[in-house]
Design a protein. Structure first.
Length: 203
């Protein structure tokens, strides 16, 4: 498996292209469609999925262009699907008074779902708190953690669907995973899971 990271593009959010055996998945869509298609051409890979960690606009903004350019399916947890079609819930209207929306997803996800990309499998871990449908994707020693946990902190919980209590529970649940997992968060740089969680003093 090959990982191609795109750090701090667009709205300062990260996106990650996972490539395996000619197939690829993009985790979060905060990067331009052109940059993704260029990377796919270099890897001679087809984009199978655009996998969203949650429904905030800075992680979804290029989702429709990517679908149109590649034919990939857009997947999001069922609890955040409504955010794609509601600019208030996605926070775009909150911060920029804009009401652009994303077309409905092609498929919703639940905790425990497994997705195949080439010879790799990604497991969906529901981690509500930053939003109702926030998820992490686990594969091959890596955890794509969205805005659930960063190298030095965690996502805000004061927007639509956020809950500090839920976030605490989700972060506590991540302690059950292998602490040596490398986390690739929605903002900032990678870290080791245990190091990131050890910096938090409320779980």
């Amino acid at each position: 498996m090959k990982l191609i990271p795109f750090y701090s593009y667009g709205m300062e959010s990260n996106s990650f292209l996972v490539v395996s055996s000619g197939q690829a998945a993009l985790i979060d869509a905060g990067i331009s469609a052109e940059q993704v298609t260029e990377a796919l051409q270099k890897e001679n890979a087809t984009l199978k999925y655009v996998l969203l960690t949650h429904g905030h606009f800075d992680h979804t903004i290029s989702a429709d262009k990517l679908r149109d350019a590649t034919g990939a399916a857009l997947l999001i947890h069922e609890a955040d699907a409504e955010m794609l079609i509601d600019a208030q819930k996605s926070a775009l209207a909150v911060f920029f008074d804009r009401y652009d929306t994303i077309r409905p997803c092609d498929r919703t996800l639940k905790h425990g779902n497994r997705l195949t990309i080439g010879s790799e499998t990604l497991e969906v871990i529901h981690t509500p708190g930053h939003s109702k449908g926030s998820v992490c994707y686990l594969t091959n020693g890596m955890l794509f953690s969205g805005d659930t946990v960063f190298a030095e902190g965690f996502g805000r919980f004061d927007l639509y669907g956020g809950s500090f209590r839920e976030l605490q529970r989700s972060l506590s649940g991540l302690k059950e995973l292998d602490g040596k997992l490398e986390i690739y968060p929605g903002h900032g740089q990678p870290s080791e899971l245990k190091k990131a969680l050890d910096r938090l003093n409320f779980i």
